[in-house]
Every structure is written in structure tokens, then in C-alpha cells.
Design a protein around this ligand. Sequence first.
Ligand SMILES: Cc1cc2nc3c(=O)[nH]c(=O)nc-3n(C[C@H](O)[C@H](O)[C@H](O)COP(=O)(O)OP(=O)(O)OC[C@H]3O[C@@H](n4cnc5c(N)ncnc54)[C@H](O)[C@@H]3O)c2cc1C
Length: 331
Amino acid sequence: MLSARTVLTRTARLNNARLNSTLVVAEHDETKLAPITLNAITAAGKLGNDVSVLVTGANAQKVAEQVAKVNGVKRVLVAQDDKLKNNLPERVAPVVLASQKQFNFSAITAGSSAFGRGLIPRVAAKLDVSSISDITQVHSADSFTRTLYAGNAVKKVKSSAAVKLLTFRGTAFEPAKEGGSGAVEKAPSADIATDTSEFLGQELSKSERPDLATAKIVVSGGRGLKSGDNFKLIYELADKLGAGVGASRAAVDAGYVPNDMQVGQTGKIVAPELYIAIGISGAIQHLAGMKDSKTIVAINKDPDAPIFQVADIGLKADLFKAVPELTAALK
Ligand SMILES: Cc1cc2nc3c(=O)[nH]c(=O)nc-3n(C[C@H](O)[C@H](O)[C@H](O)COP(=O)(O)OP(=O)(O)OC[C@H]3O[C@@H](n4cnc5c(N)ncnc54)[C@H](O)[C@@H]3O)c2cc1C
């Protein structure tokens, strides 16, 4: 028999542990984890507490087993339910809230992707706290760095919220590696309303090329390409380099390429080893999405194009001549 005192101390310790645990909400496509979740797990680990991961979906079990093997993950909560197919934020939020009620996490987090950005502010509103988006640095459990004004100012913020609701910029944190052995358990049941929103279908761009957000090399084209057909110059160069392909908003708006290829403030944020900007002027909204790349190369015929101010290597040339030459030289 345990003495009353021992029971009390143990309960206090348990409660304390619960109060100091971070939840990461996993993003996945029903078969595999989205890479940004691995970056988010690293960032969450920097808050200094145990990391739990919640996997929701119509087929969540398999992904949960993958997550359990990630280094630093102590516990994986699984909510598998047909109502969670495609993980609509309106339906995932009640599961997060039910988990919060049971485990009293000190932080609820996700990668700053369309999924995380849809979910975290929704949960924050329900918990009546302010969320902090697109964090690039974790200083302690309550202070963070994020950028604003399209990446032109860096802001350090301190949160006094009882529970921190955070999204992390994927490119700012290393992906967590394999090597963990977290316990997988069922998430608490939640009342998932199905009458507010419905998933009707999706059109995904299919590509054999590396994913833009995680590619080591990215080749991007802008308005200078002049047509969608001419984008084949970009694809040929990218394929030689094993690169992902991006675009400026002008190229997207002109219909040269689909919207999910857009790099920038309102598109994807990338930070590859090498970013090659071709026929892109370098507007601040574009720079917001790529200026943390390790090496930036620009090909532009205008020597005054702002892109040259951030480029490590700049070539003032007609892209229609320079790009085929570069591709041929890589043969
Ligand atoms: C709220 C808001 C959000 C935005 N978000 C984004 C965003 O996420 N991403 C984004 O990219 N933009 C964004 N924009 C748009 C942004 O302001 C620019 O309009 C856009 O980036 C311009 O694209 P571009 O550089 O391809 O086109 P342009 O500015 O027209 O530049 C084309 C470049 O190609 C060069 N060129 C032309 N022909 C050749 C040739 N033959 N050889 C070599 N060079 C050539 C020209 O010298 C020029 O520098 C946003 C704007 C707003 C207002």
C-alpha cells in the first residue's frame, strides 16, 4: 500500500509532467508523414518538454507507427475515423481540443504549411489565446523569433498565454531523424461535427521532380519566360540538376505554371542549398520566399533588377541564350 503522501507526490509529479508537454499535430497524406512535421518535431523539442504527436485521419494508424519511430517523440495519439478523411481543420480541431482537455499540453504546434496555418489559429480561438505563426527560432518555452513585413523585419516575441499555439517554419529547423520508440495510444474521443464543411475533391499537380519545399536545389522561372511553353527551358535545367521547380507570382498569374509552384510571401517558403532565379526581377514578395537559400544565382537581362542585390552569383544575360547553354554544359 502506498501512503497518502506518496500518492499525492506522485500525482503532483504526473500533473506537472502533463503541464510540461508539447503536442505536435502531424500532417500526412494517409500513407506517409509530410516532411514538415519532422521539422516541427525538432522545433517542438526546443521548447524543452516531452513531445507528443497527434495523428488524425481516416487511415492514421500506419502514419502513427512511423511517427513513433522518430527521435524525441515520447507518445503518439491516434484518432482514426472516416470523418477525419482529408483532415479538414474544422474536424481535426475538436480532436486537438479533446486531447488538450485530457493532457493539458503547455504548447500545441504544427508546421507552418497550409494544414498547420488552417488548424492552429482555429484551436487558438477556441482556447481564447493568441497563436504565433511561422516561427523561425525558439529561444525558450515562451519566447520565439518570427519575421514580418515579408521577411524584412525580424521580431522576437514573448508569449504569456497559458498554452502556446505555434506554427514553425519548416526551412528554419532540421528534420528530426529516426531512432525513437514512442508509445502509440488512442486519442480521446471528440465530437466531430460533420455538418459545417465537406471535402468534395482535389486536383493535385503530379510531378516526378523533388518536392519544391524540401528540394536541395530549386530552379525558378518568372515573367521573363514569356510563355508556359518556354518553361521547358526551366524543366530541362532542373532535371539536369535533380532540382525542384518554382515560379514567381507573375508566372503563375500569366498561367505559365500552376499556383502550387509559387515561391514567396503568398506561396511557398524555400531555403535550398542552391536557388536559381531565371527571368525574375526579385520583388520583395518573391524574396520573402527564397532569400534564406544558401547560394542564390540570378539570370536576368536587366542589370538593375533587385534580384542581383541578394544573388551570390549573377549573370546579366538573355535567358533564352544563357539557360540552354547552361543546360548543355551540364551534360
Ligand atoms: C500582396 C502581394 C503578395 C505577393 N506575393 C508574391 C509571391 O508570393 N511570390 C511572388 O513571386 N510574387 C508575389 N507578389 C508579386 C510581386 O510583387 C511581383 O509582381 C512578382 O514577383 C514579379 O514576378 P517576376 O519577377 O516574374 O516578374 P517581373 O517583375 O515582370 O520580372 C521579370 C524579369 O524578367 C527579366 N527578363 C525579361 N526577359 C528576359 C530575358 N529574355 N532574359 C533574362 N531576363 C529577362 C526582366 O528583366 C525582369 O527583371 C505579390 C504581390 C503582392 C502585392
